[in-house]
Design a protein around this ligand. Sequence first.
Ligand SMILES: Nc1ncnc2c1ncn2[C@@H]1O[C@H](COP(=O)(O)OS(=O)(=O)O)[C@@H](OP(=O)(O)O)[C@H]1O
Length: 561
Amino acid sequence: MKVIQISLYLLPHAAASRRGALEGLFAGGIAATLGSFYAQRRWAYYRNFPPSLKLLSVLIIAAPTLSIQAERRGLEYDKSQWEGEGARLLQVQEQQELSKWESMSAGDKIADWASRHEYSLIIGGWAMSLIASGVIINRNKYQSPAQKIVQARMWAQGLTIGIILTAAGFKTTRNKGETASRPPPDHSWMEVVEQHERERQEEERMKARLASAQRRGAPDVPLTTDYRLNTSAAGPGTEPDLKKAQAWHPSDEYALLSIPGPANEQDGQHMLEWRVTLAGFPMTIRKRLVKLIERTSSSKTKMLDLPLSKDDLAAINAHLRTLTPEEILKWAVESIPGLYQTTAFGLTGLVAIDMLSKITSSPPPLIFLDTLYHFEETYELVEDVRRRYDVPIHVYKPKGCETVADFEKKFGQRLWETNEDVYDFSIKVEPARRAYQDLGVKAVITGRRQSQGADRATLQPLEADETGLLKLNPLFEWTFPFVEWYVAEYNVPKNKLLDQGYRSVGDWHSTSKVGEGQSERAGRWAGKEKTECGLHRNYFSMQERAEKAVGGFVFSRELLC
Ligand SMILES: Nc1ncnc2c1ncn2[C@@H]1O[C@H](COP(=O)(O)OS(=O)(=O)O)[C@@H](OP(=O)(O)O)[C@H]1O
């Protein structure tokens, strides 16, 4: 807040008043002197006045003009010092007064003018009554000039007291009326000052919080003032409603925000992606940034007691939905015991691997279910990841099978065509179960996202499956462009097939390229109704279907388990 030093304000105010006083004295003095000369020439009885009385008649005019003009100049100076919001308020007030004045009757206008100039009227009244009584008393031949002056002053004083009493009575009546009809006092100036003060304190608090978060090892995020947006999704020129941002990811240069767009009949509600350049942030984003930094730098969290009740799960999800993927991962690393990441090295899983490598020096170990039918490029990617990230990879294959030959010896060729339920169970569902039991897995991070649609459209950040396994989906709200952006931005290793027209990669026999405008997973089991490999379906029903398909429990135990 601006503090005005008294000397800086008072000295120019006094100078302005002095200038006004001189102007008033000069103008009043000249007018009164000219008037005195005129009276001297014109009226014999004025010529008979002693010089002191003539001087008094000049002073009577000059003194009020001096004080009135001095006050005017002082007020003018005060007004010139108002600036910004203050000046605006003054203008509004003047405007209100003008319209009030225009709506008044002639009588009210006179009363209003009189009340605003009461001191000028009193001084003027005193002067006029002194002159008038002087003129009347001067006609008395029997009094000496000194007696006449004393008597004129007495008359003038009496008249002036009369004027003052009338003004006081008039003012009291007026005040009573005004108090009854007066609108509540206008405290808007106080609001302006308070608002400025609140903003200043908020800014201070943010700086302090940011500094403290940074001391605790949070990333250094640039906070400047210029703020630009660009979007392809909503069209240029529109601005996102930042309060609705559901997911966002700050990098060194910009943040990606995911905000629900307008619903339409074809796609229903869909998300819009915004790229916000971090040349600077508005206050709303800055606040979220500070929160984010605080969260990412917060210290230890208590480990969860498993299993979770439904209510606990709902409460945790309500919390996780407000976090970024990195925050969710950090929370999981700190609070979920027995945490692993299950991955087929899809783009989403790769993003999570990269984020985890920046969050912790001992990221959750990876579980890769080697179906034996992966593309060569996928196996190459496994090695790339092994080289780039210091994370253990547990590879699980179909039970008792090291090679395709082993698998086909057991189940025959093209099992995915001859018996899909058995295929899904034996290449993914059973090996996964085995891995979870061998390794003591309590929770897995998955690469599923809501925007992949079908069963995943309502995906939550944390789920508990029918076996009690927790599944964490940190990128549940990210869309494909976000994932692609992250991979490119941080040079995350990816499947070479993605540069050849594939978007989601599974087994070679059930994966195809996708055309322009097709959905991300259109190339998986193309032409079939199937949308999931079974890994994320109900374990017990998958097991039951596979057992039925191979001819009952006894036989299935041998073949499948
Ligand atoms: N083979 C294999 N091994 C380990 N984990 C696997 C496997 N297949 C699927 N997943 C997990 O499921 C996530 C989604 O995979 P997909 O989108 O490819 O769908 S599907 O599961 O194959 O139907 C997938 O996400 P990503 O980590 O992005 O691959 C994994 O979390």
